[in-house]
Design a protein around this ligand. Structure first.
Ligand SMILES: CC(C)(COP(=O)(O)OP(=O)(O)OC[C@H]1O[C@@H](n2cnc3c(N)ncnc32)[C@H](O)[C@@H]1OP(=O)(O)O)[C@@H](O)C(=O)NCCC(=O)NCCS
Length: 189
């Protein structure tokens, strides 16, 4: 496969963010599993299929994946962490930290935890916990003042067990959903 261009960089910068940021944050107890930044190579390692276990993803071409990866990398505020099973070469877990720059709180950074997923066959092996804890430590190291998430009711105990708290009176989550006749219209900004 030809080495794809990501921004202006070549092979040495195929990761979404620097591996150094994960050093010492995230030791998996299982030697066959590694935790690392998302790489451009993960399109061919089942990353998109894994996200399909979280929600509807769509039929994403390799080109769409690379374009989106490049946008995220250039923005610099996206930290997608994946777990790879070295035996199969498949990505079997993922979670995302998005860092939002604020003016408030003295130009502070706010973290958002998104898209936590562990592949069906690997659930119950503490990998969800590993992914969420890794993102929490990363958010702290980047000096975010808080880390927030949205989840379904049944997952509240999972996140509470990992240190997240419902802030009663301050935890409403509202959406305005926009519908487009052609779904591709929403993704070319
Ligand atoms: C939620 C999910 C990421 C958990 O991953 P996992 O690897 O199975 O979870 P872990 O093995 O790390 O579980 C860690 C702890 O949380 C508990 N836990 C896991 N899922 C839970 C749930 N739904 N409710 C309550 N506790 C839960 C486990 O029992 C375990 O407890 P322990 O430490 O006392 O043993 C996984 O089930 C998943 O991918 N689900 C589908 C996608 C999804 O809904 N993602 C969340 C979007 S907000």
């Amino acid at each position: 496969m030809a080495v794809p261009h990501v921004g202006n960089n070549l092979l040495e910068e195929l990761d979404l963010f620097s591996k150094n940021l994960l050093d010492r944050l995230s030791d998996s107890k299982d030697n066959d599993l590694i935790i690392r930044p998302l790489s451009v190579k993960d399109y061919n390692k089942g990353f998109i299929q894994l996200l399909g276990q979280l929600t509807e993803v769509g039929n994403i071409s390799h080109e769409q994946f690379l374009n989106t990866f490049r946008k995220m990398k250039m923005a610099g505020d996206y930290y997608i962490v994946v777990v790879e099973d070295m035996n199969t070469g498949k990505v079997i877990g993922s979670s995302t930290l998005v860092v939002e720059q604020k003016f408030i709180h003295n130009c502070a950074l706010r973290g958002k935890l998104e898209d936590v997923v562990v592949s069906n066959e690997y659930r119950g092996r503490q990998l969800g916990k590993l992914l969420v804890n890794t993102i929490s430590k990363l958010a702290r190291n980047l000096r975010c003042y808080k880390l927030s998430l949205d989840c379904r009711d049944n997952l509240i105990p999972f996140y509470e067990s990992l240190g997240f708290k419902r802030e009663l009176g301050n935890a409403n989550h509202l959406n305005a959903r926009f519908h487009y006749e052609n779904p591709t219209e929403q993704s070319h900004l």
